[in-house]
Design a binder for this molecule. Structure first.
Ligand SMILES: *Cc1c(COP(=O)(O)O)cnc(C)c1O
Length: 360
């Protein structure tokens, strides 16, 4: 039996009956957009993250666009963003009307740092996007000291924490994705914006509903992007399971270490204050593609992420940075993700390491 890169089905199977129950209740109520399930999920998510406001939106990409607009980002502004991340992070900056300015990352943590961000800043920098890549929190609190609003893209890191503070509370504003394969997945698209800033929260609520409070007066040109009632009902069932799922992912990471993973590949470095949520378990090796092919022959799924970093993507050609991004280039060429799931057992992790030993 092959070991899958990720397994979202097993953890959800136990919840299926309750999903159907809660979804049936929504159908019977007959309210599908901006109703009581969303209000309750927003309160529960805000409480879990430790922020004053959570605002449910249509997906994690819209969450970034709307959060940037809520911060007051306007056409011509520059937004510093890593190049080694999912495309949506930078795409949302362009959709918000701003120019992405790509910065490098730390080769060990794969996250932006105070120094890589500072190198990319100019007097037009209006915001910084930090990404909690692969589920490990970026040093957003430190980066806030640069005096520019920080948006924490926590799409991959719900359930992680830094210095005892949860991801989603580490920037001036933060965004989540509830895409089905993310750590807290809906049964469809979904996203959220979290903030302690009352004014940013109010603008985000306006923007997700055409810039209107009452569908009569329109104060802003906004978006039509809400987390719907069915998805909110599903997420209310899943949220209480999240900590257990994250603990399962951390146990799998420990099992990799105990099986001697670092004899064969370079594992991620976790800052001492960080507790990662391991959305993906990404290692590096100079011959990453050959290792991926070899693992496949041993029944282990592995794959590369972001082989073409964002500053080399055709759609973003006008934003090619003036300075090189050596750590981004190196990580893009050498990374491979190994199987990672809440239910990946120590035995399976041992089999993955044994397969690596056979390949290498
Ligand atoms: C998944 C993801 C997004 C986008 O979320 P969607 O819900 O798919 O729109 C944004 N940023 C990062 C880092 C992601 O991994």
């Amino acid at each position: 039996m092959p070991i899958a890169l990720f397994d979202t089905a097993t953890p959800l199977a136990a919840l299926q009956e309750r999903f159907v129950e809660r979804m049936t209740a929504v159908v019977e109520r007959g309210v599908f957009i901006l109703g009581p399930e969303l209000a309750a999920f927003e309160a529960e998510l805000a409480e879990y993250v430790g922020v004053r406001h959570a605002i449910g939106v249509g997906n994690g990409t819209d969450a970034i666009t709307i959060a940037l607009r809520a911060l007051g980002i306007k056409p011509g502004d520059e937004v510093v963003v890593p190049s080694f991340t999912f495309y949506a992070t930078a795409e949302a900056v362009v959709t918000a009307g701003a120019r992405p300015v790509f910065c490098d990352v730390d080769p060990a943590t794969r996250n932006v740092t105070l120094d890589t961000v500072r190198t990319a800043m100019t007097d037009r920098t209006a915001a910084i996007v930090t990404v909690d890549l692969f589920g490990c929190p970026a040093p957003s609190p430190e980066i806030r000291s640069l005096g520019v609003p920080v948006l924490e893209d926590a799409a991959q890191a719900v359930g992680a924490s830094l210095d005892g503070r949860r991801t989603g509370s580490l920037g001036d504003v933060a965004t989540f994705s509830f895409y089905p394969s993310k750590n807290l997945g809906a049964l469809g698209d979904g996203g959220a914006i979290c903030t302690d800033d009352d004014a940013v929260a109010e603008r985000a609520r306006l923007l997700r509903f055409h810039g209107s409070r009452d569908k009569r007066d329109f104060e802003l040109v906004g978006y039509n992007s809400r987390l719907d009632e069915l998805q909110a009902a599903v997420l209310r069932v899943a949220l209480p399971e999240l900590d257990g799922w994250c603990e399962g992912r951390r146990a799998a990471a420990r099992a990799y270490a105990e099986a001697g993973l670092d004899h064969y590949v370079t594992p991620p470095v976790v800052p001492g204050a960080a507790q990662p949520a391991w959305h993906l378990y990404v290692v590096t090796h100079p011959q990453a593609d050959a290792v991926i092919a070899g693992l496949r022959q041993h029944g282990v799924q592995a794959r590369a992420y972001y082989r073409t970093p964002l500053h080399r993507q055709p759609a973003l050609a006008e934003f090619v940075p003036a300075h090189p991004l050596p750590a981004t280039q190196e990580l893009a060429a050498t990374n491979l993700a190994l199987p990672m799931s809440p239910t990946l057992s120590a035995e399976k992790a041992g089999e993955v390491v044994a397969a690596l030993a056979a390949v290498l």
